[in-house]
Write a protein that binds this ligand. Structure first.
Ligand code: NAD
Length: 412
């Protein structure tokens, strides 16, 4: 979608109007601090050179170093990276961690690359951005189709360039080289903590509710696994090949084995194959979009039957859809809160790297729980004080208030 960034600025303007904040303060949040685009020449296995385009958008660092993932996807473009970088700025402020916001990406179909090509691309990306990233400047992390191995290559290349071991340049690393215990499941576990708080507020009993989860990657799969283990009924899951549905509930452990064996969730015995679009319109209580942006739009919002949309992926609901859903009384738990567990534990990883002192998993998870529930409480109270059910606006109010305060005390 070409004008995604315009949409997020509209959301910012709406928030500012409610908060009655000054034009100049808002102006700084309307534009990224820096946009960097780099050509990345990569030696392909067939002996040819292919030049990819890499992006890094450093949106705002008023509260701390820029922070945000790197996405490898064919649809990556500057508008999307700017939007994601803006959301990171808001997310880190909602979570109240000492980071600003940034994001990176390469337009590439990783499924068409060999492991060697993927490594050379990642090392090229690191060399291209080495002057701009760093533990106190800008700290990348995984996002769609990037993983701990890719973060390890980035850390290794950067350490070679700087001539010193620098684990804190990136988070989401394997634990063997300074990754944090619990980082792999942090986004989903953090989301799950918020999910249970939301259900309690909505008085929706665990035994009576059903969920549909879109996306079966790091975030969607781990969310489904955690919720299933906790006793929730998940009737549908999906990946890029399609969705599966069983109204009596799926055995997520078996779906996971099936995905590992076949490469996809589809054709799971006992379940019906449906489309990703149909999954969003199922008669369930909660829809959990955990894949890509703009899947709930003006077109299908009217057909969404869920009472809660729990945004584990970034930007699944368009602004137009949100207006319709708000009118229908659907509660949208926004991405900037729901999936902030990942960046919260990234922060813990960075702290551990800088201190050279490592935590056990129980400590990581208890700190995550406290941090994300504090964020939830603040957003929920703000929403109630506004007298509506617009949780995204409440989250933006919390974030913008913190950003503007930091801006004021630092001076421009
Ligand atoms: P991932 O690459 O591990 O998984 C992506 C999943 O989406 C895969 O299952 C893929 O099959 C599926 N998918 C791709 N195209 C699809 C389509 N058209 N329809 C349905 N499913 C499709 O990525 P991830 O890390 O799980 O990220 C998912 C979302 O969560 C993204 O929006 C990302 O920005 C967000 N997020 C991730 C993290 C993190 O820690 N990884 C943190 C915060 C937010």
């Amino acid at each position: 979608m070409a004008d995604q960034f315009k949409g997020v600025i509209n959301q910012l303007n709406k928030t500012a109007a409610i908060m009655k904040i000054e034009h100049d303060e808002l102006e700084i949040l309307r534009k990224p601090d820096r946009i960097i685009e780099v050509s990345l020449p990569v030696l392909m296995d067939d002996g040819h050179i292919k030049v990819f385009t890499g992006y890094r958008v450093q949106y705002n660092n008023i509260r701390g170093p820029y922070k945000g993932g790197i996405r490898y996807h064919p649809k990556v473009n500057l508008d999307e990276v700017k939007t994601l970088a803006f959301w990171m700025t808001i997310k880190c402020a909602v979570a109240d961690i000492p980071y600003g916001g940034g994001k990176g990406g390469v337009s590439v179909d990783v499924k068409k690359l060999s492991s060697g090509e993927l490594e050379r691309l990642t090392r090229a990306y690191t060399r291209g951005f080495a002057d701009f990233i760093g533990p106190t400047k800008d700290v990348p992390a995984p996002d769609v189709y990037t993983n701990p191995q890719i973060m390890a290559w980035l850390m290794d290349e950067y350490s070679h360039i700087k001539g010193e071991n620098t684990p804190a340049v990136v988070t989401g690393k394997p634990v063997e080289i300074g990754g944090s215990l619990g980082r792999g499941t942090a986004t989903s576990l953090g989301g799950f903590y918020v999910f249970e708080e939301v259900l309690a507020k909505m008085k929706m009993p665990k035994k009576k509710i059903s969920l549909a989860v879109q996306g079966f990657g790091n975030v969607g799969m781990n969310f489904a696994v955690i919720a299933y283990a906790a006793g929730y009924k998940i009737v549908a899951v999906s990946d890029s090949s399609g969705a599966i549905y069983d109204k009596n509930g799926l055995n997520i452990d078996k779906v996971l084995s099936h995905k590992q064996a076949t490469g996809s969730v589809i054709n799971f015995i006992g379940a019906k194959n449906i489309t990703n679009e149909q999954l969003l319109e199922l008669p369930v209580d909660v829809v959990v979009p955990a894949a890509l942006e703009n899947v709930i739009t003006e077109k299908n919002a009217g057909r969404v039957k869920a009472k809660v949309i729990f945004e584990m992926g970034n930007g699944p609901t368009t602004a137009e859809a949100e207006v319709k859903l708000n009118k229908k009384g659907v509660l949208i738990v926004p991405d900037v809160l729901a999936n902030s567990g990942g960046v919260i534990v990234s922060y813990f990883e960075w702290v551990q790297n800088l201190r050279h002192f490592y935590w056990d998993q129980a400590k990581v998870e208890s700190h995550l729980k406290r941090q994300i529930i504090n964020a939830f409480d603040k957003v929920w109270q703000t929403m109630e004080s506004q007298g509506n059910r617009e949780m995204r606006t409440a989250a933006y109010i919390v974030a913008v208030e913190r950003l503007v305060k930091a801006l004021k005390v630092r001076g421009i």
